[in-house]
Design a protein around this ligand. Structure first.
Ligand SMILES: C[S@@+](CC[C@H](N)C(=O)[O-])C[C@H]1O[C@@H](n2cnc3c(N)ncnc32)[C@H](O)[C@@H]1O
Ligand SMILES: [Zn+2]
Length: 394
C-alpha cells in the first residue's frame, strides 16, 4: 500500500497555532476543497463566532458547542482557547482533517476540552438529539450551501440554543443562477436584483425558517449578514408549532420590484404570492421575488454584546462589520444601491454619507449598510431617496 502524504504549514490565528493545508488561490475567493484546508479570509467569520460563544457562555451559561465541519480545527480550537466554554466538539468527515486536528489539539494543549470525531455531520447531530445530549451552539460551515444540514443542526441544539450557518454559494443566493436559487432555497427571482446581497441573507433565513417550521420549530435571527463571498446567520431555535406558524405568517413575504427603475415594495406573505401590479414610478410591470424572510435579520442587543466581546476589539474587518450591522439593525428590509439609482437618473452617483444625512434631515431613519459601500438603508419612500440622490438643485 502506498503512503499518503500531505504538506502542512503552520499558521496562527487568534490565540492558537495550528497546522493546515497550504492555501492556494486568491485569499478572498472560495479556496480549493482539500482536506484540512485553512482559509484566512474567513478570520472575520471566526472572530464573530468567538464573540458569539463568549456571549453564550456569559449570558446564557453555555457549556457545550461544536464545529461539526471543522477541517483543520482552527475554529474549534479558538472556541476552547478564547472562551470559557467547557467542551468543544470538532468533527469532520475527512480522515485527513481529523488526523490534522488531533495534532493541532495536542499542539495547543487542549486535549481536555476539545473532543474530536470522524463522521458525517448529520449523523453526529441527529445522534446528539437522539441521545438527548443536545448542544448550546452548533457551527455549520460547509463548502457551498448549508441547506442539507439545517434540519439536523436545528435538532441538535437545546431549546433556545443557537445554530450558526455559513453559506458560500453566493452566486445561487444572489440570484446569479435563478434556477439554483429556486432549487436550493425555494426562492423564485428572475435574475440578480439591485439588492442582491440582502436577497442572499433573506433567502437563507427564509429557507431555514421553512425547514424549522416543518419540524415544529421556530427560529429568531440574532445576527445575519453578507460579507465577501459568504452569507452567515446566527439563529436562536425553539420548539413550538403554533409559534412556528406565527413566524411564517409574520416573517415570510415577497418583494415586488421594478427591473427598470429599481423601486421595490415588501409584501407580506403567509398565504402565498400577492398579485403583481405596475411600478408606481415608471409604469413598468413589477417582478416578484420570494418567498423571503422579511422580519428582522439582526437583534440590536445581541449585536451590541457581540461587538463588546470581539477578539482584538472593535478594529479589523470583524469590528467594522459589526459596527455597521449595529447601525442598520432597526431599519426596514432592503437597501438602495446609489450607483444603480444614479445610473437610472443619469446623475453622478452621490456619496452615501450625504444621502444618509439628507434623509435624516428630512426626518427619516437612514444608515449606510454593511451589504455594500455605495448603498443606503432607510424608511423613506423611494421618491425621497431619488430626491436625495439628485441632490440640491443648483
Ligand atoms: C469550509 S471547511 C470548514 C472550515 C472550518 N470550519 C474553519 O472554520 O476553518 C468544510 C469542511 O467540511 C467537511 N465536510 C464536508 N461535508 C461534510 C459532512 N457531510 N460531514 C462532516 N464534514 C463535512 C470537509 O471535509 C471540510 O473539512
Ligand atoms: Zn419602475
Amino acid at each position: 500500500m502506498g503512503a499518503l502524504s500531505i504538506s502542512l504549514k503552520m499558521y496562527e490565528e487568534g490565540a492558537v497555532s495550528f497546522y493546515a493545508r497550504e492555501v492556494e488561490g486568491s485569499s478572498k475567493g472560495p479556496l480549493s476543497r482539500s482536506a484540512a484546508f485553512y482559509n484566512p479570509a474567513m478570520r472575520e467569520n471566526r472572530d464573530i463566532a468567538v464573540a458569539a460563544v463568549r456571549w453564550g457562555v456569559s449570558e446564557r451559561g453555555w457549556g457545550r458547542v461544536a464545529d461539526v465541519m471543522a477541517a483543520s480545527g482552527v475554529r474549534a480550537l479558538r472556541f476552547a482557547a478564547e472562551t470559557d466554554v467547557d467542551e468543544v466538539l470538532a468533527n469532520d468527515s475527512n480522515p485527513l482533517a481529523v488526523y490534522v486536528m488531533q495534532r493541532n489539539v495536542r499542539l495547543n494543549g487542549l486535549e481536555g476540552r476539545v473532543r474530536i470525531s470522524l463522521g458525517d455531520a448529520r449523523v453526529l447531530m441527529y445522534g446528539l438529539a437522539a441521545a438527548r445530549r443536545r448542544l448550546d451552539f452548533v457551527d455549520v460551515d460547509p463548502y457551498g450551501t448549508p441547506m442539507p444540514y439545517v434540519d439536523s443542526a436545528l435538532c441538535s441544539v437545546r431549546s433556545r440554543g443557537v445554530v450558526g450557518l455559513t453559506a458560500t454559494d453566493t452566486p445561487n443566493l444572489f440570484a446569479v443562477y435563478p434556477k439554483k436559487l429556486a432549487r436550493v432555497y425555494g426562492v423564485f427571482c428572475r435574475g440578480k436584483p439591485p439588492f442582491f446581497r440582502e436577497l442572499g441573507v433573506r433567502s437563507l433565513l427564509g429557507a431555514a425558517a421553512r425547514v424549522a417550521a416543518g419540524g415544529g420549530r421556530w427560529l429568531r435571527p440574532l445576527l445575519s449578514y453578507a460579507s465577501g463571498h459568504y452569507v452567515r446567520a446566527y439563529l436562536e431555535v425553539g420548539l413550538g408549532a403554533s409559534r412556528a406558524s406565527d413566524m411564517l405568517e409574520e416573517s415570510l413575504g415577497w418583494v415586488e420590484y421594478c427591473r427598470k427603475c429599481g423601486s421595490w415594495k415588501i409584501v407580506g406573505g403567509g398565504v402565498g404570492p400577492p398579485e403583481i401590479g405596475r411600478c408606481q414610478l415608471c409604469g413598468e410591470k413589477m417582478s416578484l421575488c420570494g418567498p423571503l424572510w422579511i422580519g428582522p435579520t439582526v437583534d440590536e442587543d445581541f449585536v451590541g454584546r457581540v461587538a463588546d466581546r470581539l477578539p482584538g476589539g472593535s478594529g479589523g474587518e470583524a469590528g467594522w462589520l459589526v459596527s455597521r450591522l449595529r447601525e442598520e439593525a432597526n431599519l426596514p428590509p432592503l437597501y438602495h444601491d446609489l450607483d444603480f439609482l444614479g445610473g437610472r437618473l443619469k446623475v453622478s452617483s452621490p456619496s452615501p454619507g450625504r444621502v444618509v444625512e439628507e434623509l435624516r434631515a428630512s426626518g427619516y431613519k437612514a444608515a449606510r449598510t454593511h451589504f455594500c459601500p455605495k448603498c443606503v438603508k432607510t424608511d423613506a419612500p423611494i421618491e425621497e431617496v431619488i430626491r436625495a440622490v439628485r441632490g440640491p438643485r443648483l
